[in-house]
Design a protein around this ligand. Sequence first.
Ligand code: ATP
Length: 275
Amino acid sequence: GFGSAAPVPKKQEIDFDDIGGQGSAIKELKEALDFIKNQKEIQNLGIRPLKGILMTGPPGTGKTLMARAAASYTDAVFVSASGSDFVEMYAGVGAQRVRKLFKTARETATKQKKRTAIIFIDEIEVLAAKRGSNSSHMEYDQTLNALLVEMDGLKVDDNVRLLIMAATNRVDMMDPALLRPGRFDRQVKVDLPDKLGRLEILKLHTRNKPLAEDVDLSQIAKETFGFSGAHLESLANEAAILAMREGLKQIYYRHFHEAIDKVIMGEKLDRRPNP
Ligand code: ATP
């Protein structure tokens, strides 16, 4: 989670180059972002401004990274929140937080003299469940309405242009009102990486790790079917820890091999329901 709906201090800029195995998703996203960059032409041609991009796909595939890279690509400030930040017992609090998030984004951009702000909402399905569905009740509906009102109110000639990026792995649960033109009308699929994608990600996450000669990353990519980027990141880290425990200065193939099992088992443990 991202804690409360507050701007995230820039720890480290993320670029599209830091994201592996998502070539086509990145291409699609860049095409959408180029719209923002060419605002003048867009306006002259009378094209509807792009307000929202929805990234869909399984957890840990890089949706958050994509949003952060989008912010560097468009020289925008990055403000983020999670759907669960808006879930509150008291009526109206969620809606108030939505308005505050948009206000914060505008203010932060103004302060930093940026033209664009990207608001990233992770797990948007939590606040955007279909109205009238089981997972929706009056309070969430107010929150969702507040989001729709904010998005509908965005104009091309605003001082600060806002782009809303949201991520979900449950697009089926989302209220269709959000997917209508002028709202989240672009969808970018961020899927689990294939073998080549996994190789790219493994390369990225071993960039600054000393690998022994016997480490064949393509072989490891082959053995990690079904792993997400987050799994592969943790695999590389686990392998390094195993090497350190043996007092070694390099990471060997067997460390990766052992780490694969650890990641798979860890995943099983994580998925156990809480007692
Ligand atoms: P969630 O839906 O669970 O929030 P997400 O899709 O937003 O997941 P990220 O938070 O972007 O996933 O990824 C978590 C971490 O996993 C990243 O910080 C990074 O270390 C690693 N990672 C995930 N995907 C990739 C990728 N495609 N390339 C490189 N690293 C990745």
